[in-house]
Design a protein around this ligand. Structure first.
Ligand SMILES: Nc1ncnc2c1ncn2[C@@H]1O[C@H](COP(=O)(O)OP(=O)(O)OP(=O)(O)O)[C@@H](O)[C@H]1O
Length: 252
């Protein structure tokens, strides 16, 4: 299978002088087209920084990130932002949305720029996605008039608007109750089954156990990895146990 991302010896530091610290300390990682992956590790181990490096959101000090055969270190800010807009979707713990726009407008706004589709087509796509995630009736609501779970569903719709090749999720279920979290994971699994790669950063074993490849980070390095078969609703307990056992084994 084709690699969608190749990260080679990525080093990224924060701080100056004696405070300087490698938050990513020579990470090499490859993400395959259509893969369902997650990254676990203690707080501060560099998970989010890795996600931002692989998506070209943040620059790196040394090493290389190749996204879809493009060397991100050689790309201009405009090229990077176009690439992110057209090929990547981002889902965070709390979606950042504009307070003066309703839910529908928040979903379609980022897709309006540089899109060959007409506003009518874009709106239709947004409505279809809202229907799929069960928030059709909320399109006119202010973002302050919906629950956290509903807002996250809107965030996922927004991330899917440009049919990305990969969805990056940073604790996408972190603000949700367990039922909503499971529903969001079902949705991400469906999106993945349609061929979109998904890479999640999470502390939650239940989230990681839904994915098929779990990378474990410590001190800016990927120290271990676990592969799981395709999810089957009956094997969740076994999956959770396998992830937990691996965490115990490597001491995180
Ligand atoms: N912009 C920044 N400036 C300075 N330090 C930063 C910056 N971003 C991250 N760091 C530091 O880099 C380290 C790794 O941060 P990162 O957010 O990648 O960790 P993480 O594993 O995702 O943690 P968490 O699970 O708590 O979200 C932390 O010590 C953090 O304080």
């Amino acid at each position: 299978m084709k690699k969608i991302i190749i990260g080679e010896h990525i080093v990224k530091s924060f701080g100056e002088g004696e405070e300087k610290r490698n938050v990513l300390d020579g990470v090499s990682v490859e993400i395959t087209e259509g893969e369902f992956a997650s990254v676990m590790g203690p707080s501060g181990s560099g998970k989010s920084t890795l996600m931002f490096a692989l998506s070209g959101t943040d620059g790196i000090d040394s090493g290389k990130v190749i996204f879809d055969s493009k060397d991100l270190s050689a790309a201009s800010e405009n090229e990077l932002s176009d690439l992110r807009r057209t090929t990547m979707g981002f889902v965070f713990q709390q979606p950042t949305m504009l307070k003066n726009l309703n839910i529908l407008d928040n979903i379609i706004l980022p897709s309006m720029r540089g899109n060959r589709k007409s506003p009518v087509e874009i709106t239709e796509k947004a409505r279809a996605l809202m229907k799929r995630v069960g928030i059709s009736e909320l399109e006119k609501r202010d973002i302050t008039q919906v629950s956290g779970g509903q807002l996250q569903r809107a965030g996922i719709c927004r991330a899917l608007m440009n049919s990305p090749r990969i969805i990056f999720g940073d604790e996408p279920t972190g603000a949700l109750n367990s039922k909503s979290a499971q529903e969001i994971m079902d949705l991400l699994a469906e999106i993945n089954a349609d061929g979109t790669a998904v890479m999640l950063v999470t502390h939650d074993v239940m989230v990681a156990a839904r994915t098929e490849r779990i990378m474990f980070m410590r001190d800016g390095k990927i120290v271990s990895e676990l592969r799981l078969p395709k999810f089957d609703a009956t094997d969740m307990d076994d999956r959770v146990e396998m992830v937990s056992a691996k965490m115990r084994e490597i001491g995180i």
